[in-house]
Design a protein around this ligand. Structure first.
Ligand SMILES: Cc1cc2nc3c(=O)[nH]c(=O)nc-3n(C[C@H](O)[C@H](O)[C@H](O)COP(=O)(O)O)c2cc1C
Length: 370
């Protein structure tokens, strides 16, 4: 039986345990710069073996939500340095999640009011697909994503370069590595999906073409900061944000698994969407993915200690990631170890707002003192 509370090493990183804090957008930075409060939030959670930050936009074009700290400017790098210093002081390891939303944006967030960019001109239109913006009266609220503009063939290299620069910035900010956000309906999934991606250039059509932007981006990051500092998040069979189902979805991700394995990246982080009350990835596919990818494998989605243990013992995953439980339980690892009850996070304060519901959740030790 694997002891999940014991250290785990991979690709030159030494984690104090096998628990990962999953990336979570908290949208609390009106100036788009991580600050001392952001640093406190991550410091409080640094007993996780690995922290993956909230998605951090690689460019103004990559934004789909206001108040989300980015990583394209020097001031933003300085802000993130506060975060990495805090986590390292606690002996933690932290990767930055690099994010470009593609079509999941709104003209009001885009440079010069331009259309958001994507693989496609098809907008996301299911009711849950929403950008978060400043409304005409100055208040904040949700808006239907704007109709996107398909990137020109030669423009793709610019998006790749923006991500590579963000990788360089992440290294300058002291991150141990980066996680490319290639999940949850954002730009890379928009290219991977053959229903959305109807391009007839080298980024559309055959599977190898649809996956090209992802792999070119990974290669650019590797060239910039080295494979041991590069991870990726994938969400096979994801339907979130109006992503249509397609036939070779499984094969698409097994192809990526083989290609990423050949590149020797630090890890793959799979996000399993349990919205329907069950795993969409499923253990059979997880096993096939595991066999196709040689490196460290992380799984997120409605994770429990029991499931984490079973999956690790069955050698299906190496690390288990928890999202929402880390919001209300800054000391989640200690609580899991002690079998202590978990606090329930308040959904109303997931996104935006103040310190409330962000840095004021007590640890078990705090509760005992009170
Ligand atoms: C408030 C919130 C924000 C999230 N933001 C991100 C994000 O920025 N990037 C990402 O890849 N996933 C994001 N997710 C998904 C989580 O990383 C995680 O995969 C998901 O919540 C399932 O894990 P859980 O059941 O343990 O919460 C977010 C989830 C929540 C609840």
């Amino acid at each position: 039986m694997i002891d999940l509370f014991k250290p785990y090493s991979f690709a030159g990183h030494h984690l104090k345990n096998r628990f990962v804090m999953a990336p979570m957008t908290r949208a609390r930075r009106p100036d788009y710069i991580a600050d001392a409060e952001t640093a406190l939030y991550y410091r409080q959670r640094a007993t996780a073996g690995l922290i993956v930050t909230e998605g951090t936009p690689v460019s103004p074009e990559g934004q789909g939500y206001i108040n989300v700290p980015g990583i394209w400017s020097e001031a933003q790098v300085a802000g993130w340095k506060l975060v990495t210093d805090a986590v390292h002081e606690e002996g933690g390891t932290i990767f930055a999640q690099l994010w470009h939303v593609g079509r999941m944006s709104h003209v009001s967030l885009q440079p010069n009011g331009n259309a958001p960019v994507s693989s496609t001109a098809t907008p996301a239109r299911d009711p849950k697909s929403q950008a978060f913006i400043y409304l005409a009266d100055g208040s904040t609220g949700f808006a239907e994503p704007s109709v996107p503009r398909p990137l020109g063939t030669e423009e793709v290299a610019r998006v790749v370069a923006d991500v590579a620069k963000a990788g360089r910035n992440a290294q300058a900010a002291g991150f141990d590595g980066v996680e490319l956000h290639s999940a949850n309906g954002y730009i890379f999934e928009q290219f991977l999906n053959p229903i959305l991606n109807t391009r007839d250039d080298r980024y559309g059509g055959a599977l190898e073409n649809r996956a090209r932007i992802v792999l070119e981006t990974i290669d650019a990051l590797i060239a910039e900061i080295g494979a041991s500092r590069v991870g990726i998040r994938l969400a096979p069979f994801n339907r979130q944000f109006d992503m249509p189902a397609y036939d070779d979805n499984g094969e698409t991700y097994l192809y990526l698994a083989r290609e990423l394995s050949a590149r020797g990246i630090a890890y793959v982080h799979l996000n399993d969407n349990w919205a329907a009350g069950h795993s969409v990835i499923g253990e059979d596919f997880l096993r096939r993915f595991r066999n196709a990818f040689d490196g460290t494998l992380i799984l997120a989605g409605a994770m429990t200690l029991d499931r984490a243990q079973k999956l690790a013992d069955a050698n299906l995953i190496d690390l288990s990631a928890f999202g929402q439980p880390f919001i209300a339980n800054p000391d989640l690892v200690a609580r899991l170890r002690e079998g202590a009850p978990l606090a329930t996070p308040n959904r109303a304060t997931y996104y935006g707002g103040s310190a409330k519901g962000y840095v004021d959740y007590p640890t078990l030790a705090d509760e005992k003192r009170a």
